[in-house]
Design a protein around this ligand. Structure first.
Ligand code: NAP
Length: 408
């Protein structure tokens, strides 16, 4: 068997280097597609990853890189990815404007350091060294990333136990790869923002913009689950039928009120808000903002005195402008939230939050955010995958792009 593997490995490379040296070379130049993965000599795993050498516009700087992963030993394990979403933060990270930077490395067999894109995803353990085994990890386990910067837009990866969080059998039961691969960022963000800044009582209101985003949809559903009422702001659509369809979709998720950013900024908004809140008797005590600019200021104006305004995104790329009176006379508390920092400081709570959300998913009480599944097979071309990343830069999308790995 060993001699067969060795001879196959030799055939696949056109050099006289040792098998190890051969397999550390980028494999895209040495494999014909039909020969792919014909061999995994000495347990080497063939992998492909969307990588970048320098920061910039994702379609210009990303490329699909093939490499191999040596058999795991010590505290290493080899992962095969199952699903990885394209989140706005991933795009920002490739552009170089995200605070969490990826690791640039030559360990994937390139002369110049490269980084693997993507921060969230779920993977299956396909091989492991002695230490992960001692810690209870086993082949076939599903893991999600512990923090940002791991690089999840790839078929396989070598990881250490501290890089990942294991989803135990009970947590994983009945959960799809897409659900597991998208649970740790958006639903956790919505969950913590609703819980950690103010204690809302049943029937009390929160208001949010970007309500049709992954985070927004999670907030609507979690809020409903906890007896809260929500006022949800979306961007208006040119196609009014589409706008109504979206409003209806969010109401079906549990939204109490859905308005457009134009309606939020209209003269009538005060009267409308008085009606929703029974003239302020059901006060709006929390606002969740991922947009900024004028719609965010308009949202803050609807808050009750001493309410909390949490900013967690900047989709409009506009600054957040706050009239001084909101601070002085209304004593509104302005906060920022970053799930990565929260997870780093509260690893146990992250585990519990993920478990809670997946329990709701399993119970049919938490619907998936709409996704555009992007099939990633071994043969899938780089241009195709990068084209999908480019699509994610557009607004008014029907669903979040998620790489779903097939035969890799
Ligand atoms: N701080 C944290 O820890 C944390 C964690 C998770 C997410 N986030 C942030 O939360 C936001 C939503 O992320 P997601 O993954 O949930 O989003 P998503 O599902 O990919 O959806 C994107 C959302 O952004 C809206 N949008 C796009 N361009 C916009 C613009 N120019 N002005 C206003 N809205 C715009 C979209 O509205 P349309 O449908 O109208 O285009 C949609 O609601 C992002 O800013 C992300 O970075 C932050």
């Amino acid at each position: 068997m060993a001699s067969k593997s060795l001879s196959t490995a030799s055939r696949l490379t056109r050099t006289s280097a040792t098998p190890l040296q051969c397999l550390r070379k980028p494999l895209s130049h040495t494999f014909a597609p039909s020969q792919r993965r014909a061999v995994s000599a000495y347990g080497y795993e063939q992998a492909k990853a969307l990588t970048f050498q320098e920061y910039g516009d994702p379609p210009s700087v990303l490329s699909l890189h093939a490499h191999s992963i040596s058999p795991p030993h010590g505290d290493l394990m080899t992962l095969r990815f199952l699903a990885s979403p394209i989140n706005p933060a991933d795009i920002n990270q490739i552009q170089g404007v995200y605070p969490s930077k990826p690791t640039f490395t030559t360990s994937l067999g390139t002369a110049k350091p490269i980084a693997v894109a993507g921060n969230e995803g779920v993977a299956e353990i396909i091989a492991l060294g002695s230490k992960p085994k001692e810690q209870g990890f086993k082949k076939g386990d599903w893991v999600i990333m512990n923090g940002p910067g791991f690089g999840t837009w790839r078929t396989h990866a070598s990881a250490r136990t501290q890089d990942v969080m294991r989803l135990d059998e009970a947590t994983r039961e009945g959960i799809s790869a897409v659900q597991a691969g998208t649970v740790s960022i958006n639903p956790c963000t919505a969950y913590r923002m609703l819980k950690d800044f103010v204690t809302l009582k049943e029937g009390e209101f929160f208001i949010q913009n970007g309500a049709n985003s992954g985070v927004g949809r999670a907030a609507i559903q979690l809020g409903k689950q906890w007896g809260l009422r929500s006022i949800n702001v979306i961007r208006g659509r040119e196609d009014k039928e589409e706008e109504e369809r979206l409003k209806k979709e969010l109401k079906e998720l549990g939204a109490d009120v859905v308005i457009t950013d134009a309606e939020l900024q209209s003269q009538e908004i005060k009267e409308m808000a008085a009606e929703w809140t029974n003239k302020g008797r059901a006060p709006i005590k929390l606002a969740l903002n991922c947009v900024n600019g004028k719609p965010a200021t308009a949202m803050a104006k609807l808050l009750a005195s001493e309410a909390h305004f949490v900013t967690y995104g900047a989709m409009s790329k506009q600054p957040l402008t706050i009239p001084a009176s909101m601070l002085i006379f209304k004593d509104i508390h302005f906060h920022g939230f970053w799930v990565s920092r929260w997870a780093e400081r509260n690893p146990q709570d992250k585990q519990a939050t993920v478990k809670d959300v997946l329990d709701l998913v399993r119970a049919g009480k938490f619907k998936d955010t709409p996704v555009d599944k992007i099939a990633w097979e071994w043969e899938t071309k780089g241009e195709e995958l990068i084209g999908k990343v480019k699509d994610a830069l557009e607004g008014y999308r029907q669903g979040k792009g998620v790489f779903v790995f097939g035969k890799t």
